[in-house]
Write a protein that binds this ligand. Structure first.
Ligand code: PEP
Length: 274
């Protein structure tokens, strides 16, 4: 049997996914987690699709559960709102009960995939090594990963935040050689701020954003780190506080959990970020 190995550069080069000017756009991503029924997914997707004011300055992404990806994808077809997944496995096909491959996610119309969310790290034992494999697979399939990193409250209080972020990024991004036409989103999500109504102070967020930016510059050519990596904030971001973050130099948008479950609140963030 002859096996043709297609270089990743060709694959993504041939892909419908190009960098375009997306790097200059803010990005607001809804992470609906396991909160909505199939019917609620459809209502939310329709409402958000209708309510988003089309803008060249930002992207809006909805991440439903796996079971609603197809249906939400249908709703979002030919709209400015994009589809994302909440996770992906590191292989394309095989005996992996309950998992989903980046290839399939892409076929379903996804453009983004959340990888390494703290809930998966904590509840499902996802390690940095697993996250690294997932990131590689997601990039190889032409999708854009949204890598989540963040510290616990104890780590912040012990002044270990920068170190924790450095360690996560070093392990998660190990051996990844970003190509010109690939993009990564890195979400800084302090674990203690997720779903708690508490946020980090904006100046503390900016400090972590700088650490993340520096880490990417240490890993990849500076131009690429600046041009192909967007850094966003997640952790109780909502319609009342997003403005405190979006004006920060390094903040390119938000990963939103709780506030994305009410279309009105999510739309207020999306339409306010311009
Ligand atoms: C998240 O889980 O990614 C998140 C940011 O949740 P919340 O907005 O509810 O803090």
């Amino acid at each position: 049997m002859i096996v043709f190995l297609i270089p990743r550069a060709w694959l993504t080069g041939l892909s419908i996914i190009t960098n375009g000017n997306d790097m200059n756009k803010k990005i607001i991503i809804a992470n609906w987690k396991m909160n909505l029924s199939p019917q609620e997914h459809l209502v939310m997707a329709e409402t958000i699709k209708k309510g988003v004011v089309v803008s060249d300055n930002r992207e809006v992404v909805l991440c439903p559960s796996f079971t609603s990806l197809s249906a939400v994808g249908e709703v979002l077809k030919r709209s400015s709102v994009q589809l994302g997944a909440q996770d992906a496995f590191w292989d394309e096909v095989g005996a992996y009960t309950g998992e989903e491959s980046p290839k399939t996610l892409r076929e379903l119309g996804c453009r983004y995939v959340i990888i390494g969310h703290s809930e998966r790290r904590n509840f499902l034992g996802e390690t940095d090594q697993m996250i690294n494999k997932k990131l590689k697979a997601v990039l190889a399939s032409g999708l854009r990963p949204v890598l989540c990193v963040g510290e616990t409250l104890e780590e912040r209080q012990a002044k270990k935040t920068d170190l924790v972020i450095f360690n996560q990024l070093t392990k998660d991004l190990f051996g990844i050689h970003l190509l010109d036409n690939e993009q990564v989103v890195i979400a800084y999500e302090p674990i203690w701020a997720i779903g708690t109504g508490q946020t980090v102070m904006p100046d503390q967020a900016e400090q972590v954003f700088r650490v993340i930016r520096q880490n990417t510059i240490d890993l990849w050519p500076k131009l690429m780190a600046n041009n192909n990596v967007r850094i966003i904030y997640g952790g109780s971001a909502n319609e009342n506080n997003y403005n405190n973050f979006i004006k920060l130099e390094h903040c390119a948008g938000f990963l939103v959990g709780t506030a994305s479950l009410k279309a009105e609140n999510f739309l207020a963030i999306c339409n306010g970020v311009n």
